[in-house]
Ligand binder design. Sequence first.
Ligand code: GZL
Length: 312
Amino acid sequence: MKRSLLLTMALLLLGTMAFANGQAADDGKIVVGFAQIKEDSPWRTTETNSVQQEAERLGIELKLSVTDQAGQIAALRDFIAQGVDGILLAPQTRSGWDEVLQEAKDANIPVVLLDRGLDAPEHLWAAQISSDFAFEGRLAGEWVADRLQGNGKVVELFGDPAADPAILRSEGFMEIISQYPGIEVVESKTGEWSQDKGRQVVEAWLAAGVEFDLVYAHNDGMALGAIDALKAAGKKPGQEVLIISVDAIKAAFEAIERGEMNATVECSPLLGPMGFATLMAAMDGQAVDQYIITPDSLYDESNYKDHPTGGF
Ligand code: GZL
């Protein structure tokens, strides 16, 4: 009697442990972990909502973690330990991912990158779904060259210097601007993607007597900060000093409407549907494209009212 009771208890314990580790697979419901960047921006919120809405539509259980990069690595390890079926990752910075992506690979859990790329061997992640950031920078550069008629002083509000979109938006922009000897980028500094920091950087430039004709910001949040700083200094943003940025959030279109901003390059945050379609295919062992690029276009005073949703 005693032996069979012990055997039964051991089997029950093993079953429970197996269930706890492999919960995602055992209860039949697909479980996906999403490691999102902690960032106070309408763009980021719109992206998270897009992912959550698509998970709900598909009946997928979404485990959402919102942190900085260190927290994202810990979240991925947590997802792996829980035995999720797939992972969505918006990598805050380009570097530092090889080890944890190898762990996901070893656990046979596909990882799809959303809205940013990273520096890790391509076999460690299934696909990157994002805009072509260098193209966005080139679009902005061509608009600036045209609007300044090849002559003027530009200041650049950089995003996070360690982040893929910031690095590539700057490279693309300079690829075009460098073709115009009359256009000079006189200052470039990170505004850390935020309106408040963007405002502080431009305030400091103005206080230092930096003269410029145009602000190129890597995202609308920092552009709105530049507008705040210019207005506080008694200048006319959108008129005396031109403003172009990236993202096409609603507040940017509202600033263009007020004549305080001139252009924004669309960068869609609506990546949920494509993110899950790609991840599900990868989970099913199907081959997926390594890079899936969402199309972008530029909106300025002449066409911003044509945007299908009025901004994100
Ligand atoms: C771009 C995304 C960027 C946005 C910024 O895909 O990673 O992150 O352009 C945000 O607004 O900081």
